[in-house]
Design a protein around this ligand. Structure first.
Ligand code: MLT
Length: 242
């Protein structure tokens, strides 16, 4: 099995992902938040690129919740921001959420050309990796693409650390694994900081930005591993539980 990692969503297109299973990671915070919402009972999430698109959904159906951010903060008139902690069971259970963020929802849409597209985060990595391994072996898939969303079209450290955790899980659980250079680098980095990712992330751009905005609790939440059981897939423009 080949593991290929992309440093941000501008590096991908349908051609490079075709025939592979993709995992999209926007650790801080879009994929962590969507996974949290689905695990707390949201029926589905519809990721959209533009704020106006989201508002249109609400016009057509009052019962949908609008969620997401611009500049890390809640969008005017939206029901929810991009904090996973806002997506509590009592708020999201049974709901359809229309969701737009600066990088994460774009990355997901760009990765739609993969054979299957999954959402990744530390919070559910182990379950997601187990599921992907089982399916990939069964259907003879030979490439897993790890798509880091990045921040403002640049490499971002937290996504690469999380990519390294996925690489670790694949290396441990697959018989033969070939890693491209970024997968290899992400794994080395992850192993160095696996016990305390905050130690390195506190010097990084997006982590510091969210800390300045007062989202320390989100940082704690998104950097904890494997306390969420659900596997989320993006298919036909919708995120749902597998
Ligand atoms: C994004 O999609 O750009 C991020 O999730 C931004 C954020 O952390 O709010």
């Amino acid at each position: 099995m080949k593991i290929v990692t992309f440093s941000h969503y501008k590096e991908i297109n349908d051609e490079v992902l075709k025939d592979s299973y993709a995992i999209v990671i926007d650790l801080l915070r879009a994929t962590s938040t969507m996974i949290c919402a689905i695990s707390n009972g949201a029926k589905r999430i519809i990721p959209v690129e533009k704020i106006e698109e989201a508002r249109l959904f609400k016009k057509l159906d009052e019962s949908v919740l609008l969620g997401g951010e611009r500049g890390g903060l809640k969008i005017e008139g939206f029901d929810l921001d991009n904090s996973p902690l806002s997506y509590k069971q009592e708020v999201v259970f049974g709901k359809t959420i229309v969701f737009t963020t600066t990088n994460g929802t774009r990355a997901l849409k760009m990765a739609a050309g993969a054979k299957r597209t999954f959402l990744g985060s530390f919070i559910n990595a182990q379950k997601t990796a187990e599921y992907i391994i089982k399916e990939a072996l069964h259907y003879n898939i030979d490439t897993i693409s790890i798509v880091c969303a990045g921040t403002e079209e640049k490499f971002t450290l937290e996504d690469i650390l999380c990519a390294g955790y996925f690489v670790d899980l694949f290396k441990e659980n697959l018989p033969d694994v070939f890693l491209d250079d970024l997968s290899l680098a992400s794994h080395v980095l992850y192993k160095k900081f696996e016990n305390d990712p905050h130690e390195i992330l506190k010097y990084s751009y997006h982590y510091s930005h969210l800390k300045r905005l007062g989202f320390e609790a989100d940082l704690e939440f998104c950097l904890k591993k494997d306390f969420v059981d659900c596997v989320c897939e993006y298919e036909n423009l919708i995120v749902e539980k597998v």
